[in-house]
Design a protein around this ligand. Structure first.
Ligand SMILES: [Zn+2]
Ligand SMILES: [Zn+2]
Length: 327
């Protein structure tokens, strides 16, 4: 049945691409399907994006990150160097997607969730412009706080103050575990940010973006960056490694750019396309009180805030809104 036959376009804000409703990963269906889960992880989850973040972090760590010894005595120069590295990385990867999809408009509105483009003249944005607003918060606050956190953790490793993994296998396994740990970490800090006054103080800035672009991904208030980028601090307790810290921050800085790109799929040529946006999180930007977490670990399903994009889920959400008293 097509999207139109099920009447799903009723819930859209603006005309655009309407993907099929989402399924939770096979491990979380009833009954759980572990073999199908493995296939899903390899073919859908890791390929191509999650593998790309690991490869990108390896490149950044080995070629563009100062050596650990420098961090034994932490100074502002080292933090600035990481900040500069972050800014260049974001300009290339996030700016590249923005240029390809939203300036060059290489695939027009094909696979685009909303047919309208980003806001060029709206007072709700800093500098009255969505792209400039998003770039400012991403590069200045996001890149800066990520640099500070990375340098702080590097200092602790350089002075051997926290547990460190030494085997390559353990580092690989922990790198993979980061995706799951972030599933919990993101759900918890995001849920917290939707409570007043934190929403009003911090998170409302990210939600200025209903129709999102690549630069919207980590366009956040510094108060939200402090929480959102705090994932590396789990390695104060769990054994980790300097590479894993760089990976956490590269993943947190870069992976939201395709997921907020506004395009469900990226065209790679005639008839070829790859997974692009994150419909699950796109629904969060449209309706706010659904899909706080990530699809990998569907905590929203378990806590009753899951929206899969179907009319049924939409009606359930509207019922919840009617029965929840305003606070
Ligand atoms: Zn978002
Ligand atoms: Zn939110």
């Amino acid at each position: 049945m097509t999207a139109h036959a099920t009447g799903r376009t009723r819930m859209q804000r603006a005309k655009g691409y309407d993907p099929e409703p989402l399924d939770v990963p096979p491990l979380f269906t009833s009954p759980p399907q572990p073999v199908a889960m493995l296939r899903w992880l390899v073919t859908k989850y890791m390929w191509p994006q999650s593998s790309a973040w690991i490869a990108l972090a390896a490149l950044v760590y080995h070629l563009f990150t100062p050596s650990l010894e420098r961090f034994a005595s932490l100074d502002a120069g080292d933090i600035s160097l990481i900040w500069l590295r972050n800014a260049v990385l974001m300009f290339v990867v996030i700016g590249g997607q923005h240029w390809w999809l939203h300036i060059r408009k290489s695939q027009g509105t094909e696979f685009k969730y909303e047919s309208r483009w980003l806001a060029a003249n709206r007072k709700s944005f800093t500098f009255n412009n969505q792209t400039r607003d998003n770039m400012f918060w991403t590069l200045v606050s996001g890149g800066g706080i990520a640099a500070l956190y990375e340098a702080m953790m590097f200092r602790l490793y350089a002075t051997e103050s926290i547990p460190q993994l030494s085997s390559l296998w353990a580092i690989c396994a922990m790198t993979f575990a980061v995706f799951w740990i972030e599933g919990v970490h993101f759900y918890l800090n995001h849920r917290l940010l939707h409570l007043d006054p934190l929403y009003k103080w911090f998170h409302a800035l990210h939600h200025r973006n209903v129709n999102t672009g690549p630069w919207s991904g980590i366009s956040m208030h510094p108060g939200e960056h402090l929480l959102y980028l705090s994932l590396p601090f789990v390695f104060l307790v769990l054994p980790g490694s300097p590479f894993i810290i760089t990976f956490c921050l590269v993943y947190l800085m870069i992976s939201p750019s395709p997921s907020h790109s506004g395009f469900d799929r990226f065209k790679m040529g005639e008839g070829a396309n790859v997974h692009g946006g994150d419909y699950f999180h796109n629904l969060h930007h449209r309706y706010f009180e659904v899909n706080y977490g990530m699809l990998l670990l569907p905590m929203d399903k378990w806590f009753g805030t899951f929206h899969d994009g179907s009319v049924e889920a939409h009606e359930e959400m509207k019922d919840r809104r009617r029965t929840t008293p305003e606070v």
